[in-house]
Ligand binder design. Structure first.
Ligand code: SAH
Length: 346
């Protein structure tokens, strides 16, 4: 089996090239071709001696996911790509074009095992973890197609990043590497449904990654109902982990809170939420639920959303209400993929 050159750390590439007797600086040159110059054909890597190019042809391969569908929203704010991996799995990735720059929403697994009732990605369970290179390729797909700079990345596509811990960390380290994307950890947001032990582990990495926690409820009763994976970690233990994350990294945690009419969006829920987090330094991101076709859950009215927001503000919380970007192009998790699969099975 040939070695896939795409998606490795510099050390890994150095070790691979050492097998062919090539010096370390060749690894840096190879990364430069791949990640700075978008040259993926060994024969075009003319800085390398001919013997090295033919050694690469013989021992290495370039295996990157292929873009099979593209969709841009009417307002041009969001672009979504469907990628096919080498084993035929399909993943989605979204680019949100904000005033301040492009933010790319990366998938970390094929499907998801968490079973959140509102989320399309989890309906068919989890197939497998993505490799670092498969996550990196999602970003490079946009860079190549549209030649856009990347301002930030958010791990909010399909999958639970903390269930794919090692690959996700390897991927974030690659993104940070000056020979790759050179992104600061602060501009990377990892969103988790709350795998408590993994949050402690992440805190101890000593990287100032922004942590977002999908809280979605002010108590265990509601949370367990809509986010079944939360049964293993009572909400109090999750809040403690968030506090610890802030203490160790100095990074304020973001709580994502999907607003679902009739379930968690009442004024009493907002009050309970404030009591739950107390005085911890955090930010709330309220997300009126996106329709997902398969389940009858709806966002509250605009007035109700405003009331919810005002209560948090009254208690001194920092709050934003997420714009519903990409609704019309099914940008919410898993929906382009579902549509594609439904179309192709007709
Ligand atoms: N597993 C991780 C990351 C993927 S989901 C997590 O749970 O955080 C990314 C975000 O999208 C989460 O906050 C998730 O709850 C939210 N989400 C999923 N389905 C949604 C929907 N139908 N409407 C609005 N947000 C949704």
């Amino acid at each position: 089996m040939k070695w896939n050159v795409w998606g490795h750390s510099l050390e890994e590439t150095e070790a691979f090239l050492a097998e062919g007797g090539f010096p370390r600086f060749r690894a840096k040159q190879l990364h430069d071709y791949l990640y700075k110059r978008y040259i993926y054909d060994f024969s075009q890597m003319t800085q390398f001696p001919a013997a090295m190019r033919s050694w690469l042809e013989e021992h290495a391969q370039m295996n990157r996911p292929e873009v099979i569908r593209r969709q841009r929203s009417g307002d041009g704010d969001t672009t979504k790509l469907l990628l096919r991996l080498s084993d035929g799995s399909l993943i989605e990735t979204v680019c949100m074009h904000h005033d301040y720059g492009n933010s790319i929403c990366v998938s970390t697994q094929v499907g998801c095992a968490m079973g959140c009732i509102f989320c399309a990605s989890t309906r068919h369970g989890m197939k497998r973890n993505l490799l670092p290179g498969e996550m990196l390729a999602q970003i490079y797909a946009f860079r190549e197609l549209y030649d856009i700079p990347v301002h930030s990345i958010v791990l909010m596509g399909s999958g639970e990043p903390l269930q794919n811990y090692d690959n996700v960390l390897a991927f974030l380290r690659l993104c940070h590497n000056p020979d790759c994307l050179n992104l600061s950890y602060r501009s990377m947001t990892l969103s988790t449904c709350g795998i408590v032990p993994a949050i402690y582990r992440l805190a101890d990495e000593g990287l100032p990654i922004t942590l977002a926690i999908s809280l979605h409820a002010p108590n265990d009763e509601i949370r367990n109902r809509i986010l079944p994976a939360s049964r293993r970690y009572p909400i109090g233990t999750l809040i403690d982990a968030a506090r610890q994350y802030f203490r160790v990294t100095g990074r304020r945690v973001t709580f994502e809170y999907i607003l679902i009419d009739g379930i968690n969006a009442g004024t009493e829920h907002a009050e309970e939420l404030c009591r739950l987090v107390g005085n911890m330094a955090c930010h709330f991101n309220l997300i009126p639920i996106n329709g997902t076709e398969h389940i009858q859950l709806y966002p509250p009215s605009r007035q109700q959303t405003d009331r919810f927001c005002k209560i948090l503000e009254k208690h001194g919380k920092s709050v934003t209400v997420r714009r519903q970007m990409g609704d019309e192009i099914q940008a919410a998790c898993g929906q382009l993929k579902r549509r594609y699969l439904d179309d192709s099975s007709k």
